[in-house]
Design a protein around this ligand. Sequence first.
Ligand SMILES: Nc1nc2c(ncn2[C@@H]2O[C@H](COP(=O)(O)OP(=O)(O)O)[C@@H](O)[C@H]2O)c(=O)[nH]1
Ligand SMILES: [Mg+2]
Length: 240
Amino acid sequence: MKQNLVVIPTFNEIENIEDILIAVMNVTTPMDVLVVDDNSPDGTADKVLQIAKEYPNRIFLKKRMKKNGLGTAYVAGFNWALKNNYTYIFEMDADFSHNPNDLPLLLQACENGADVAIGSRYVKGVNVVNWPLSRVLLSYFASVYVRFITGMKVMDTTAGFICYNRKVLEQINLERIKFVGYAFQIEMKYRAFSRTFKLVEVPIIFTDRTKGKSKMSGGIIKEAVLGVLQLRFKKLFNKL
Ligand SMILES: Nc1nc2c(ncn2[C@@H]2O[C@H](COP(=O)(O)OP(=O)(O)O)[C@@H](O)[C@H]2O)c(=O)[nH]1
Ligand SMILES: [Mg+2]
C-alpha cells in the first residue's frame, strides 16, 4: 500500500501549476500528486511532465482528450488512486485557494478516525479571503439549502478540499457520478453520509485565486440547485 495521493484537476492552469506542484512536494508529510488535465490549450500538461522529471515517481499525469468537467476528472483520478493502492486520497484545486500546508491537517483528521475530512470554510465563522460578498453569500446559503434538503450535518457542503480514506471511494459507486461542478462535491459527501461514513470538518482559510481564471459558471449553480433535489429523490428510492 502507498500512503498519500493529492488529485489536482486542471484546465488552463499554466500560471499556477508549477508553483502548486512544488508546494505539494514541499509539504512536511510526503504526498504524491496526480494531475488530471483535460487537454488544456495553454500547455499545463507539458509543464506537469517537465516538473515530474525532477521528482521521480511522485508526480503523475492523467491526460483526458477534452474538457469534461470537474466531477468526471476527479472520478478518473480516484480510480487511478485505487488502482495504484493509495490509502489516503485528497482533492485539491490547482489555484492556491486551498493551502497545501493544510493537507497534513486533513490527513490527521482521517488518521484520527474520520472517513472523509473536509477542509471547511464555515465551521468557525466564515473563513473566505478575497471573494466578493455576493459569492460568499451564495456559497454559504447554498450549504444551508443543501443541509435542509439532505439532512447532512456539514457546514461547507460544496467544499473541494478533502481527504478520503480509500474505503469510501471503494464503496460509493464512483461510476454513477456525472455532475460537473459544485453538485459533484455535494454528491460525494452525500454518498459517503448515506453509507454512514464519518465526515469531519477541519477549519481552513480559503483564499480566492490570484492567478488564472475560475472555470465555474451559472450553469454549474443551476446544476447544483436541481442536482441536490435529484440526489434526495435517488436516496429516497435507494438508488444513490
Ligand atoms: N480536468 C478538469 N479540471 C477542471 C475543470 N473545470 C475546472 N477544473 C479545475 O478544477 C479546479 C477548480 O476550478 P476553479 O475554476 O478554480 O473553480 P472555483 O474555485 O470554484 O472558481 C481548478 O484546479 C480547475 O483548473 C474541468 O472541466 N476539467
Ligand atoms: Mg478555484
